[in-house]
Design a protein. Structure first.
Length: 180
């Protein structure tokens, strides 16, 4: 293994992903699902084994996890909704939810158009993300689901890293490496 890559494995798919510095002295394996059909399909197949059958909707957010939720939707036949990370001009009365991502050191906002939120009202929703690190993003996603009137029945992530103790079902643990 090179000093600057880290091996990740999902099912029969292994990738040597770059180690990137997100904060001074902190490096993480960079999970990039977009553009990797084989890895996305392996993760989708494995996560679907944990999908509660009572799930009505998958709920994900921009950007990277969209491809995962799309693959899971195609394989399972369950529809999915995407929470946006930017306000779009056509949104009507959106749910606006602040998210603090400690890992990347930035705060962001999630937006869900009321036309999408209406689909989730009274539905059983499984959250789908690529990585849970600080947990800030998936917690904000859960708040969006609850504010839309949904019941969250599962929190599914391909990868987990860090010390958060959130009740998330994940496929693989990845490290946060201190280099300083
Ligand atoms: O648990 P947290 O500390 O909140 O970190 C996890 C989040 O970080 C990544 O998103 P990123 O900000 O890299 O955006 P992207 O999906 O647009 O690449 C990932 O897709 C999760 O959304
Ligand atoms: N390991 C990781 N790869 C991509 N985005 C992330 N956000 C938080 N941790 C991440």
């Amino acid at each position: 293994m090179s000093m600057d890559t880290y091996p990740i494995t999902v099912g029969r798919v292994t990738r040597h992903v770059p180690l990137v510095e997100t904060l001074p002295g902190v490096r993480i394996p960079l999970i990039e699902l977009m553009g990797d059909v084989e890895l996305v399909n392996a993760a989708a197949e494995a996560l679907l084994k944990h999908l509660p059958p009572e799930t009505d909707y998958l709920l994900t957010m921009e950007t990277s996890p969209i491809v995962l939720a799309h693959a899971m939707s195609e394989m399972s036949g369950k529809p999915y909704v995407v929470v946006r990370r930017r306000r779009r001009p056509y949104m009507q009365d959106p749910i606006i939810q602040e998210v603090q991502s400690l890992t990347l050191g930035v705060s962001e906002t999630l937006w869900l158009d009321s036309r999408m939120a209406e689909k989730l009202l009274g539905q059983n929703v499984s959250l789908v993300v690529d990585v849970v690190s600080s947990g800030g993003t998936i917690m904000a996603l859960e708040k969006v689901a609850i504010r839309a009137g949904a019941k969250v029945v599962a929190r599914l992530a391909a990868f987990h890293q860090g010390t958060n103790k959130l009740p998330v079902t994940f496929l693989s643990e990845i490290p946060i490496l201190q280099t300083a």
